[in-house]
Design a protein around this ligand. Structure first.
Ligand SMILES: Nc1ncnc2c1ncn2[C@@H]1O[C@H](COP(=O)(O)OP(=O)(O)O)[C@@H](O)[C@H]1O
Ligand SMILES: [Mg+2]
Length: 232
């Protein structure tokens, strides 16, 4: 589904990612990405979805080199990204937001998305007035419109309690499994990642540190030294 090779991204003189290789299969499992603040996790999603041009390296999607394709092209080809900070327009109702994106993508099957993210009870409320946890579900719902093949989620649990985050992750795990799609989920809460992701990648200082099953990652002494030793 996604193959990243030798990816490097810079912001001026700051090297945010260096020579990252990563493969994500479209096999219905959640692929978690963890690592300390500033490790380059959001930058990785930006480079994959086309918001940020890499300084070097290639991004392949469904066996095609898409490194130079636009964000809009990638979205139409089934790659959808959500953001670390909630991106909903506060003055629109939940339904208006969903409808806007659906119109843009020419996909009117909203019922499915509403049901999956359990939003039926909130459709006519303004996004700025609903609880934060529900706003995060709206964000994920927006990414699900158009039946994406590859979901890129940036800290969907940000601002949620540990229990809410775990619940959201369980939901995502089931959804990705049922639809047999691929999903890359950046997350701060390592417990939710280890509980629900089939594969985990660790970034540190812009470099790929390790990729493996949750058991392998927990047992990796380099990961423990760089991250888990302090985080978990
Ligand atoms: N727009 C930007 N301009 C300059 N530096 C940035 C920008 N975005 C991120 N960075 C830097 O790039 C590095 C990686 O950031 P980021 O990808 O946001 O990390 P993470 O999501 O893992 O916390 C950090 O050193 C950060 O300060
Ligand atoms: Mg980030």
């Amino acid at each position: 589904m996604l193959k990243i090779e030798n990816l490097s991204v810079s912001y001026g003189s700051v090297r945010a990612l260096s020579d990252v290789d990563l493969e994500v299969l479209g096999d219905g499992i959640l692929h978690g990405v963890i690592g300390p603040n500033g490790a380059g996790k959001s930058t990785l999603l930006d480079a994959v979805c086309g918001r940020r041009r890499p300084a070097a390296g290639t991004v392949r999607y469904r066996n095609e080199d898409i490194t130079r394709r636009s964000v809009a092209w990638r979205r139409r080809q089934g790659m959808a990204r959500s953001f670390q900070r909630t991106s909903v327009f506060q003055d629109l109702t939940v339904h208006e937001q969903l409808h806007l994106v659906a119109q843009h993508l020419g996909d009117n099957r909203l019922d499915d998305v509403i049901e999956v993210m359990d939003l039926a009870g909130y459709l006519h409320q303004k996004a700025g007035r609903i609880a934060y946890g529900v706003q995060r579900r709206v964000d994920v719902a927006l990414a699900l419109i158009g039946r994406p093949h590859l979901l890129l989620l940036d800290e969907p649990g940000a601002g949620l309690s540990a229990a809410e985050t775990l619940h959201l992750f369980e939901h995502l795990r089931d959804l990705v499994r049922e639809r047999k799609i691929a999903a890359v989920v950046v997350e701060h809460d390592v417990d939710a990642v280890f509980a629900c992701c089939g594969k985990v990648t660790v970034l540190d200082l812009g470099r790929h540190l390790a990729t493996g099953t949750p058991q392998e990652i927990r047992a990796d002494h380099r990961v423990v030294a760089a991250y888990l030793g302090t985080a978990a």
